[in-house]
Ligand binder design. Structure first.
Ligand SMILES: Cc1cc2nc3c(=O)[nH]c(=O)nc-3n(C[C@H](O)[C@H](O)[C@H](O)COP(=O)(O)OP(=O)(O)OC[C@H]3O[C@@H](n4cnc5c(N)ncnc54)[C@H](O)[C@@H]3O)c2cc1C
Length: 474
């Protein structure tokens, strides 16, 4: 039985964030050559609280990484919203997620997830201090040019370099150049960059994030709690909101923040804000190593252009970046050759499989941000209606719909569903299915040979008996 041909493109991954690292792990599994180029000079444990749920934990399970992430996590059962006077507004219950997907709602410090992923990448497959400035088309593939004037060649460039992606910027430049040439030579062009793709991001929220050093559980008794305690404090008289997370297991305390010097002003403003766990916000910020404080812009935008030529983009958003990675890896596994039409077909397939889910995730993320941090009159009203008046059955219906999307690698054995809600069917890998059929056929032919040889033995032994019997009969 002949297998569909398989291509092994040299993949250049720009950006060693969560999406880039996850893609690298998957390419490693399928034996595709790759290299990650990350602009940061070294690994910096930045960020604060992150959460993952069944929508991505099924993949971690399939990759044998579930235990690793569970070790650094606490389970979240709910999150609570408070006014700035620390009066409880409401509580959001996420327990049904476990029932639906079979995976708990996990919360952990972002640096820990980063380390888990990075530990799976052979050190010679990632280069730090490589800021990619340019991408170029070559006759033999594609090339990146870094700020230190080094160049590297490959067959595919994956832009996993975050919201302000240099790869995306270069891709649009290439598209414009090609567009101009086509217009010049044939009077028209098939290349279209939707205007929305070139508009600036709206930045609804700007966050200071960080992880404190170990805190005293006598001062913060909430640290003894076996589950994550996630509290949002929504400003009324100020434009600031606070999200506190207590991690009893490692006695770490999450808080909001900025970058060291530039943050001083904001730190001064929020210093005396009271927090639900006791004391002032300033005390928590003071317990956070200054070099571990960073500024994160929570941009939200769905681009329409996901690929062009040999360039394809993944991310942003932790869960969606990793879901992008797994679907792109699945499509790369089915690549038959490195011709431009094959690359385009694979990238188109990737976008088709991801687009509606990515759109929905952005909608949900916007809604969640408004529910947990929104301060306008309308946002307060929406929060009240959704969290207090909307019947639980409608909320659960929504939860269950979202819980069904749990993509896995289609080139590896699938982890069976664990929850009460079946996962959405995925497009099977043509190649992996053919491999399974070939393996089954090979196993059957081995069985056949064994059966034949057993038959031969049986015949031989029967003949021997016969041979034996004949003389007796005779
Ligand atoms: C410092 C930081 C802290 C964060 N903290 C939190 C948090 O506490 N909670 C939370 O929920 N989310 C946080 N996020 C956001 C969350 O991690 C991202 O949404 C998610 O990781 C998306 O992953 P990504 O791989 O698409 O992009 P990113 O995580 O943004 O990774 C992009 C990577 O590309 C690199 N890069 C960018 N440009 C270039 C270039 N030209 N050449 C080479 N490399 C380049 C960047 O240095 C970065 O490592 C944080 C993100 C960052 C960057």
């Amino acid at each position: 039985m002949s297998l569909p041909p398989r291509a092994y493109p040299r993949v250049i991954i720009v950006g060693g964030g969560l999406g880039g690292l996850m893609l690298a792990i998957l390419l490693d599994k399928m034996g595709v050559p790759y290299h990650i180029f990350e602009r940061a000079p070294k690994v910096k444990p930045l960020g604060a609280l992150m959460s993952l749920n069944g929508n991505i934990l099924a993949l971690f399970d399939q990759l044998g990484m579930l235990e690793d992430i569970m070790k650094v996590s606490l389970v979240s059962l709910n999150s609570s919203l408070y006014t700035e006077k620390l009066e409880k507004i409401t509580e959001i219950d996420v327990r049904s997620h476990y029932e639906y997907t079979g995976y708990k709602f996990l919360m952990f410090p972002r640096p820990d997830l980063f380390t888990i992923l990075l530990n799976r990448i052979p050190p010679d497959r990632i280069s730090f201090g490589k800021r990619v400035l340019l991408t170029k088309r070559q006759s033999s593939g594609v090339q990146i040019v870094c700020s230190d004037n080094t160049c590297y060649e490959g067959d595919i460039i994956v832009g996993a370099d975050g919201a302000y992606s240099a790869v995306r910027h270069n891709m649009f430049r290439e598209m414009r150049e090609q567009q101009e040439q086509e217009v010049l030579y044939s009077g028209g062009s098939s290349i279209v960059i939707p205007p929305s793709d070139t508009k600036d991001f709206e930045i609804p929220y700007l966050c200071m994030v960080g992880v404190t050093k170990s805190m005293d559980p006598d001062k913060y008794p909430v640290l003894r709690h076996p589950n994550t305690q996630l509290h949002h404090i929504i400003g009324e008289s100020t434009p600031y909101s606070v999200k506190d997370q207590a991690e009893a297991k490692e006695q770490r305390f999450m808080n909001s923040e900025w970058g060291p010097e530039a943050n001083e002003k904001l730190i001064e403003i929020v210093h005396d804000f009271p927090v639900t766990f006791g004391g002032k916000l300033g005390e928590i910020i003071d317990s956070t190593p200054k070099n571990g404080i960073s500024k994160v812009m929570l941009e939200e935008k769905l681009f329409e252009t996901w690929y062009h030529g040999s360039i394809v983009l993944i991310g942003d958003g932790a869960m969606s970046a990793m879901q992008d990675a797994v679907i792109l890896a699945n499509c790369i596994y089915d690549l038959e050759n490195l011709r431009p039409e094959s690359l385009t077909a694979a990238f188109r397939d990737y976008k088709e499989q991801r687009y509606t889910h990515a759109k929905r995730q952005i909608f949900n993320s916007r809604l969640n941000a408004k529910l947990s941090s929104g301060q306008t009159r309308t946002e307060r009203l929406v929060r009240h209606v959704v969290l207090n008046l909307l019947p639980r059955s409608i909320q659960n219906k929504q939860f269950s719909k979202d819980a069904a999307y749990r993509p896995q690698c289609t080139f590896l054995p699938r982890v069976p569903d664990k929850g009460t809600i079946s996962s959405l069917p995925q497009k099977p890998s043509r190649r992996y299915q053919a491999e399974l059929r070939a393996a089954a056929a090979a196993a059957a032919s081995v069985d056949e040979t064994r059966r034949d040889s057993k038959l031969d033995l049986y015949c031989a032994s029967s003949m021997r008996s016969d041979a034996c019997l004949v003389p007796k009969r005779g």
